[in-house]
Ligand binder design. Structure first.
Ligand SMILES: O=C[C@H](O)[C@H](O)[C@H](O)COP(=O)(O)O
Length: 229
């Protein structure tokens, strides 16, 4: 019997970040997400920077980290498809549906993920859930629509709060605002994503069901588990 080891959450992030290198094609371009787990992947990617063409990035923060490590960053508009997109998540369920956007990068993440043939999600085991919705759902909105959209979530039984940074409404890389919505029961992620996407002023909803994970690299006490969906 294998005795489970005690890994810190930070170590689990490092392990899944390193494991994701396996999915990066030599000579290719890789889609890169955003967040503390992806930062571990970017650090690992630097070890093979001479064997890839470069990366398409999902945020200013990831772009800065990639460039600081000497990894070329290509514009998403220059790329028609990517073999793989590697990103973290705030929650992932048993079908590979996710909540994302805790780091406010959800819109560009969805855009880059949509270019990719495969979405490899890298998370520690704390992100694995039975059903989405315990994590406050991030929704990027056009500022003038924020109050209207918050009322719509209220009608669904949710509570939407405008995300702040330094006492001011947070501005995303796209110059928009984020609502964080609690109290939702997301029983049908595909239908929920489609519905909220249609509301005027919604830029991106942080449910990733249409761009779900193909593979999850899950950091656990037993090591990295690979889950295919
Ligand atoms: O906007 C941020 C992203 O969706 C992140 O991938 C997500 O919040 C997970 O981040 P972390 O790896 O820091 O938990």
């Amino acid at each position: 019997m294998t005795t489970p080891q005690t890994f810190s959450q930070d170590t689990l992030k490092t392990l899944v970040g390193q494991a994701a290198l396996h999915y990066v094609e030599a000579g290719g371009i890789v889609g890169v997400g955003t967040g503390s787990t992806v930062n571990k992947f970017i650090d690992a990617l630097a070890t093979m920077k001479d064997r890839i063409q470069g990366a398409v990035s999902s945020s200013e923060a990831s772009t800065q980290r990639l460039r600081s490590l000497g990894i070329p960053v290509l514009d998403a508009a220059q790329v028609s498809s990517l073999p793989v997109y590697i990103d973290g998540a705030d929650e992932i369920d048993g079908k590979g549906y996710m909540i994302k956007g805790g780091g406010a990068a959800l819109t560009r993440e969805k855009i880059v993920a949509a270019l990719a043939e495969r979405f490899v999600c890298i998370v520690d085991a704390s992100k694995q859930v039975q059903a989405l919705g315990a994590f406050p759902l991030p929704v990027e909105v056009i500022p003038m629509a924020a109050a209207q959209i918050a009322r719509r979530f209220g009608q669904m039984g949710g509570t939407a709060v405008l995300r702040e940074q330094g006492g001011q409404p947070l501005r995303t890389d796209n110059g928009q605002h984020i609502l964080d919505v609690t109290g939702l029961r997301i029983t049908d992620p595909l239908a929920f994503e489609s519905e909220v996407n249609q509301w005027p002023g919604v830029v991106t909803v942080g449910v990733f069901a249409h761009q779900k994970a193909s593979i999850c690299l899950l950091g656990t006490a037993q090591g990295v588990q690979t889950i295919h969906y």
